[in-house]
Design a protein. Structure first.
Length: 214
């Protein structure tokens, strides 16, 4: 019975790692769609979010089922509770990538991002890819030292987010619609990184029993 229980716990961990891979791929394709007006890539991200949502629902159901049937305590309980919180963050990351793809789709056949901010968006995308890759590695290896790196990556993302607003508040000539798009995009990338950091913090809590300060 305990072997079956721990197999199911392992399945939760495997699902979390798979979700990091899915939302990482989604973010990469969403940024490609955004910067190159690639409609096919945008559609793939939007439709692919269903797979993330299904995996989220299955993992959440498995966790609640284990809570009900096994009534776990101590470390096992912490695994399930932190798993529920992490899977919610990862599902939200998939939504954020889909939101970016929807902006690309909405502005097609034009490129949604004006030239002045494309480099900032590219840099934000690079950081987004770094944080989700690291979050997956932290999950797989329970690497709390690597988890600390995500905090620095998140600081870099915040600085790029501020830089977007510097451009928007400067000599902006692309109208209100583009300004709204860029404002939303900056928020989507910034929140994506925040959720990845949240995942890594939950792993630290799982390993040490304490949640790192925000």
């Amino acid at each position: 019975m305990r072997d079956t229980f721990h197999d199911e716990l392992d399945q939760i961990g495997t699902a979390l790692i798979e979700m990091t891979q899915l939302v990482g791929t989604a973010m990469s394709k969403a940024t490609t769609a955004l910067l190159t007006a690639d409609l096919a890539a945008a559609e793939e991200v939007v439709s692919g979010d269903d797979k993330v949502n299904v995996l989220y629902a299955e993992t959440e159901e498995r966790a609640f089922d284990l809570l009900a049937r096994q009534q776990p305590v101590a470390g096992d309980l912490r695994v399930i509770v932190t798993g529920l919180r992490m899977v919610a963050s990862l599902e939200r990351m998939g939504d954020l990538a889909a939101h970016i793809a929807k902006i690309a789709r909405l502005r097609y056949p034009q490129v949604a991002v004006p030239e002045e901010v494309r480099d900032v968006i590219r840099q934000m995308s690079v950081i987004a890819q770094n944080v989700v890759t690291k979050a997956g590695a932290v999950l797989a290896g329970h690497d709390i030292e690597l988890a600390a790196e995500l905090e620095r990556d998140d600081d870099a993302m915040d600085e790029l987010h501020k830089r977007l607003f510097t451009v928007l508040l400067g000599d902006w000539t692309h109208g209100i619609e583009a300004a709204i798009d860029v404002t939303l995009l900056g928020r989507f990338y910034e929140r994506y990184a925040d959720h990845a950091v949240s995942v890594s913090r939950r792993v630290v809590q799982l390993v040490t029993g304490e949640l790192p300060p925000s």
